[in-house]
Design a protein around this ligand. Structure first.
Ligand code: 13P
Length: 250
């Protein structure tokens, strides 16, 4: 299984940032990495980023609406993302869950919309600090999988992103042992529900303060199928150092 290294630019980037897309594409061309590379810029840049990338890397969205079209001012459908050149979309990021009140049921509907449009869904889960301190991290993650991952998951239509909320943008990361524990647990949940074929082959990304200095260690942990990178994906040099740290490790 090839790892997936995905950049989530969040609400960062205007036209000038297309230079970073080009720089990443040039790095990938000069030295093909062992992993798949995806950048999810803000929606305003998707079409231009896809035109710039010309297939050298994949481009994705950061969210989508569950419906195909309609009276939903400001929203963007999965079909629109696909039409703009996206091949993937992040759904259920903790910032969407926190600031937009997205529930597991809404996240599930968005993942189904992504599949309907032919996009890979990157479905985000992860515990808060209080939940971890209370000893509930594994339970929270399996509950989110049960309730926000639809039936019909395959290894090619979905990646799960484990992003502990307390590690996002904080510079703090779980220990390798803690990451392994959660990823092993997620793998068990996926194989139980989706079988030893698709459930075992689905990539489980780690996200939260991943950077060049910790990428190699995190990407070598068993059941880590890649990374979802925020801040460190905004600069091509840092992002490149992360995807070049990827091995063929599932
Ligand atoms: P940081 O890498 O900035 O901690 O963000 C992680 C994240 O939320 C990616 O989706």
């Amino acid at each position: 299984m090839r790892q997936l290294i995905a950049g989530n630019w969040k609400m960062n980037g205007t036209s000038a940032a297309l230079g970073e897309i080009e720089a990443v594409c040039e790095m990938v061309t000069a030295r093909p990495p062992a992993c798949d590379v995806l950048i999810c810029p803000p929606a305003t840049l998707i079409a231009r980023a896809a035109a710039q990338a010309k297939g050298r890397i994949a481009i994705g969205g950061q969210d989508c609406h569950a419906q195909v079209s309609g009276a939903f001012t400001g929203d963007i459908s999965a079909e629109m993302l696909k039409d703009a050149g996206a091949s993937a979309v992040i759904v259920g990021h903790s910032e969407r869950r926190q600031y937009h009140g997205e529930t597991d049921a809404m996240v599930m509907a968005k993942a189904q919309a992504a599949w309907r449009a032919g996009l890979m869904a990157i479905i985000c889960i992860g515990e808060t600090e209080a939940q971890r301190v209370a000893g509930h991290a594994l339970h929270i993650c399996s509950g989110q999988i049960d309730n926000s991952v639809p039936d019909g998951l395959t290894a090619s239509n979905t990646a799960i992103a484990y992003e502990p909320v307390w590690a996002i943008g904080t510079g703090r990361t779980p220990t390798s042992q803690e990451i392994a524990e959660v990823h092993d647990h997620i793998r068990t949940c996926l194989t139980k529900r989706f079988g030893k074929g698709e459930g075992a082959a689905t990539r489980i990304l780690y996200g939260g303060s991943m950077k060049p200095s910790n990428a190699a260690e995190i990407l070598a942990i068993s059941n880590v199928g890649g990374g979802l990178i925020g801040g460190a994906s905004l600069k091509a040099q840092d992002f490149g150092a992360i995807f070049n740290a990827s091995s063929a490790n599932p």
